[in-house]
Write a protein that binds this ligand. Structure first.
Ligand SMILES: [Mg+2]
Length: 365
């Protein structure tokens, strides 16, 4: 089998909130580059990438330039292909940033091809540890909402059957410690004691602030506190992790696999979170999962549940899947949620098909 052609397309996907219908701002869109990689036996693998922001044109160009280098290659030899791309561009234009975002789209598409060629769903190819995994609602309980909106949104998520959900602190403006503490208590009150509640800080606190506020809310029983300070302040994170009884999650902001070594060795986090397009795709995501397992740490996903459900289900230390609905509208069908668990698909590869009507509607320019 050989790769014969590819097609990359830039889309603008609405940033709405399909889970609780509580968008922070109406009409915002998120730019995404989707990739179709085609082979001489008729298999088409799909991949995608984003975080290009105003540089999404450059990201799209990078995907085109790297995908061009895969033509004629055997798609089953994924490490061989990505090594070729690294030698061609990554050694000078990488290892992070646009290069890594682009190579990740290709790696994801190659795994989709491999699954389709072997007629196996990705999660089974990667280890097949479980056929359903816990998931948590994300993206609804954001810091920009009022207390009332956050409470209503939380109740809607519970009514929809979610048993885990994530909110945010580090409120906008210049909140007092009391205001920060009040927000997370208000959300906890709305959902009761039995729902697992995570809280994301998105790097907005100082380590000492994280220890102060984190210790005041120990009784809220958070499942984790996420990205409490700058993602690469491994020593600062380790200080917070050692000081608090609440587990600390982090890792979505780092590039490639090597920073995870330093983060884990420094005991900076209790729960390792890996973003698939910043780490280098499916191949590299699974390597970090193995690294975390050796250190007795659970691993969790970041966004795109329709793809990440495969890797979390494959890994024995996979904890839960972030159900962030950003890209769901792109596909004809995405994995179902039953009793708060995502059900793994049995279709080959990613088990996803682009909804061509949606792709046409979101097409940029
Ligand atoms: Mg986060």
């Amino acid at each position: 089998m050989k790769i014969t052609s590819f097609e990359a397309t830039t889309l603008n996907i609405p940033e709405d909130d399909p889970l609780a219908n509580m968008p922070e701002e109406e009409g915002r869109t998120r730019p995404v580059v989707i990739l179709r990689l085609r082979t001489d036996n008729g298999i088409e693998g799909i991949g995608l990438t984003f975080y290009g922001g105003k540089m999404t044109g450059s990201l799209r160009k990078a995907v085109d330039e790297l995908a061009e280098l895969t033509i004629g290659e055997d798609p089953m030899r994924i490490e061989h292909i990505t090594r070729k791309l690294r030698l061609a561009a990554g050694d000078s234009a990488g290892p992070g940033g646009i290069f890594m975002l682009a190579i990740s789209a290709i790696d994801i598409a190659l795994w989709d091809i491999k699954g389709k060629a072997l007629d196996q769903p990705l999660w089974k190819l990667l280890g097949g540890h479980r056929d359903r995994v816990p998931t948590y609602a994300s993206g609804s309980l954001r810091r920009g909402l009022t207390d009332n909106q956050a409470q209503r949104a939380a109740q809607i998520l519970v009514q929809k059957g979610f048993t885990e959900m994530k909110t945010q602190m580090a409120l906008p403006g210049n909140p007092t410690v009391a205001e920060e503490v009040r927000r997370v208590r208000v959300v906890r009150e709305a959902i009761g004691p039995d729902i697992k509640l995570m809280c994301d800080i998105n790097q907005r606190w100082r380590p000492e602030q994280a220890i102060d506020i984190g210790s005041r809310i120990a009784d809220v029983g958070l499942f984790w506190l996420e990205d409490v300070t700058a993602h690469d302040d491994y020593a600062g994170l380790a200080r917070v992790t050692a000081a608090l009884s609440t587990p600390i999650a982090g890792g979505e902001y780092v590039w490639g696999i090597v920073p995870f070594r330093h983060m884990i060795e420094a005991r900076s986090v209790d729960i390792v979170m890996v973003d698939i397009v910043r780490v280098g795709g499916v191949t590299q995501w699974m390597k970090v999962a193995g690294m975390a397992e050796a250190f007795n740490l659970p691993i969790v996903s970041h966004v795109m549940p329709e793809i990440l459900v495969h890797v979390v289900a494959a890994a024995p230390n996979g904890l839960t899947v972030e159900y962030m609905p950003w890209m769901l509208a792109l596909y004809e069908e995405t994995p179902a949620i039953e009793n708060g668990m995502l059900v793994l698909p049995n279709k080959p590869g990613l088990g996803l098909k682009f909804d061509e009507k949606a792709v046409a509607a979101f097409r940029a320019g």
